[in-house]
Design a protein around this ligand. Structure first.
Ligand code: WT7
Length: 655
């Protein structure tokens, strides 16, 4: 976001009322919304219990609601049992619903495949049996490193069917990042593909897998299932690797849905924090599924007739909750696209929306800004009249992009649902309800029913005065919340609860609330970057830089970027003996190093070679000073805690 758009963001006061036609058909109208809020206020636990009874299919009904005996390690519906895959598939196998499309897939090269609910159910059962055959059972961890193809969804649901815990690793991550996640989860089986198509190029997934599984690493992977996607040559390691086709051959299409405990972990998904390696966020079965389903019904107004498209990869939480679990639990038709957004031309999205009659589109501000930049003529060529709702997630949708999205994609007709949430929250937390809440461009509007979001100051005292910024926190536990950090309960406590003595879940964002109670998210309060809607920890990128033999020390900050939201700027101190090295070559080598250790999304945009970094007397890098320098701003902050003030001047680029 440029400085001028930050200004207009602050001054934004346009209000777009709910279109009457939309309100008339919405799942949640104003009366329902008020009733839900009142019900939650009166008896929050009873509210969640009622919803869990009505919206989930239980194999053993629960009696217990919230168990707060080990807070902040909360448990929900813990004495109940259910099967998550049955809630997404088997419940839709009655009558005509059975033969409606569950998935419509379009490959990057344009081929289309449709799977009805009956067919998806069949494929999931077959693959679940194949997993059992490979020795996988309840509680085992299964890693999934796949392209965006139906088999990725099948793999996730097959794990859920047999109570295995999946851990999807985004296909854009490097071998090294995959290795870290395999070691941390202790996965015994990995599902991958030979490769993936991305922007017309081949991504060698299986080659990354082979690198991640080198013998010296501490993983526990015994078997690798390899889907044939691109047909490229791969090494098949005898006794370890098995082709998908061979794994499913002869497996029966019958795999009864056993009931698993409500609190059985459904998946582990890694996300960046301000310190250390990414955290393995653990989500439950019942509470998570309930929240993914309810928010799909509420925020997206999802109906069985919808052709719904969430453009996220299944490697992110958005793909878990809003490509797979939420929309399938609602019985909608999910559209799935394999490739790059602008491939082969900038109208690929609009062409597919027209071709498949997409009704609900959920995408990210970074994509919207890129399309806006590509030009109005691209969407204008296509009939987008099937669309009825537009969603956004990942970072604040700046008003310019908001208005463009509304006018050029939604023809001024579709409500825009800007959803604030996180990997940790499982589903949307703050969002305008499309049939109820008037839109204000740039604001994610109001907390959903049952969600008690507040803004508190440094002492944890609630801020009531409008427009005063503070910590965005959630006071009451909710079913979709994370259950912990895999293998690291202490980190769960310290990252999310400790600062305010376990009284609130601390999101890590700063926000303000206006006089109408609308939330305006301002950004992260910690050192986490948001690049194209993806969280990246400064610590991860810094350690990737320092791993290069020429680097003595590194510090990374975010700088505003027109399309990506934030771009990565690195300050690097070279080791004495490398000070004379060619800077262009070193810059290229460092970018390659970060790509190799994390993935292309973490590549620094700017690299400044410096002699010193601003530090406090206790040795902490003062990032706010680096941020100001990287942005070319005057340093107005207090630098009294700085160890050596004279160093600041030489940090400025060009000096
Ligand atoms: C962080 C969570 C949740 C799926 C995508 C990213 C930022 C997310 C919004 C929004 C303002 C947003 C926050 C949050 N964020 N959505 N609508 N408005 N900021 O998931 O990687 O867990 O990142 O993304 O900073 O903390 P994630």
């Amino acid at each position: 976001m440029s400085a001028s758009s930050i200004d207009s963001h602050l001054l934004e006061n346009r209000v777009f009322p709910v279109p009457a036609e939309f309100a008339a058909q919405a799942n949640i109208d104003e009366a329902r919304f008020n009733a839900l809020k009142a019900e939650a206020e009166q008896d929050r636990e009873g509210f969640w219990k009622r919803l869990a009874r009505e919206h989930l299919h239980w194999i053993t009904p629960f009696q217990q609601g919230l168990d707060a005996s080990a807070a902040p390690f909360y448990r929900w519906f813990a004495d109940g049992r259910l099967n998550v895959s049955a809630n997404c598939l088997d419940v839709h196998l009655h009558g005509a619903q059975r033969h409606k499309a569950a998935l419509i897939f379009e490959g990057e090269k344009g081929e289309v495949r449709t799977l009805t609910y009956a067919q998806l159910h069949r494929e999931v059962c077959i693959f679940a049996n194949a997993l059992k055959r490979q020795g996988i059972g309840p509680g085992d961890r299964v890693a999934i490193y796949m392209p965006m193809v139906p088999e990725a969804v099948i793999a996730m649901l097959a794990c859920a069917r047999i109570g295995a815990i999946h851990s999807v690793v985004f296909g854009g991550f490097s071998a090294e990042a995959l290795k870290d996640r395999l070691e941390d989860t202790g996965a015994t089986l990995l599902i991958t593909a030979d490769g993936a198509w991305r922007g017309g190029k081949l991504v060698p997934l299986k080659r990354h897998v082979d690198q991640a599984l080198l013998r010296e690493h501490e993983h526990k992977v015994r078997h690798v299932v390899v889907l044939t996607r691109t047909g490229q040559d791969v090494d098949i390691v005898e006794g370890r690797d098995i082709r998908w086709e061979d794994a499913v051959a002869g497996q029966p299409a019958d795999c009864p849905a056993e009931g698993f405990e409500a609190e059985q972990p459904l998946f582990i998904l890694y996300t960046s924090g301000s310190t250390g390696k990414p955290k393995g966020i653990v989500h439950s079965s019942a509470g998570y599924l309930l929240w993914a389903k309810l928010t799909s019904l509420w925020s997206f107004d999802l109906k069985a007739e919808d052709v719904y498209w969430c453009t996220a990869d299944v490697g992110w939480i958005t793909g878990h909750s809003y490509v797979v679990y939420g929309p399938l639990a609602c019985g909608a038709t999910v559209f799935l696209y394999e490739g790059a957004p602008m491939y082969p031309r900038p109208d690929r999205f609009w062409e597919m929306i027209a071709r498949h009659g997409v009704t609900v589109l959920y995408t990210a501000p970074t994509a919207i800004r890129a399309f806006m930049k590509a030009g109005d003529e691209w969407p204008a060529r296509h009939d987008l009249s099937s669309l009825r709702l537009l969603g956004s997630v990942g970072e604040p949708l700046n008003p310019e992009a908001w208005v463009w999205y509304r006018e050029k994609i939604g023809a001024g007709r579709c409500p825009i649902v800007d959803t604030w949430w996180q990997t940790e929250t499982g589903g949307h937390m703050i969002a305008p309800l499309p049939g109820v809440t008037a839109n204000k461009p740039g604001s994610c509007a109001l907390p959903l029913p049952g969600i008690s979001a507040h803004i508190v100051d440094e002492q944890g005292v609630e801020i009531h005065s409008p427009d005063q910024g503070g910590y965005l926190v959630i006071q009451e536990p909710w079913p979709g919340m994370l259950r912990g950090v895999w293998g690291n309960p202490e980190r769960y406590r310290s990252a999310y609860w400790q600062k305010f003595d376990d009284r609130y879940y601390i999101a890590g964002d700063s926000a303000r609330r206006d006089a109408d109670g609308y939330f305006w998210v301002m950004g992260r309060i910690d050192d986490v970057l948001n690049v194209s809607g993806h969280r990246l920890g400064t610590a991860e990128i810094e350690s990737a830089l320092v791993a290069h033999p020429a680097v003595a020390e590194a510090a990374v900050v975010g700088i505003p970027h027109e399309i990506k939201g934030e771009a990565i700027c690195a300050f690097v101190i070279l080791k004495h003996e490398h000070v004379g090295d060619d800077r262009d070559e070193l810059g290229a080598a460092l970018r390659a190093q970060v790509t190799e250790l994390i993935g292309p999304i973490a590549r620094p945009d700017d690299i400044h070679f410096v002699d010193t970094l601003p530090k406090t007397r206790s040795g902490k890098i003062m990032r706010r000073i680096l941020r100001a320098i990287a942005r070319g701003e005057e340093i107005t902050q207090d630098i009294s805690t700085l160890e050596d003030e004279s160093g600041i001047d030489q940090l400025r680029p060009g000096k």
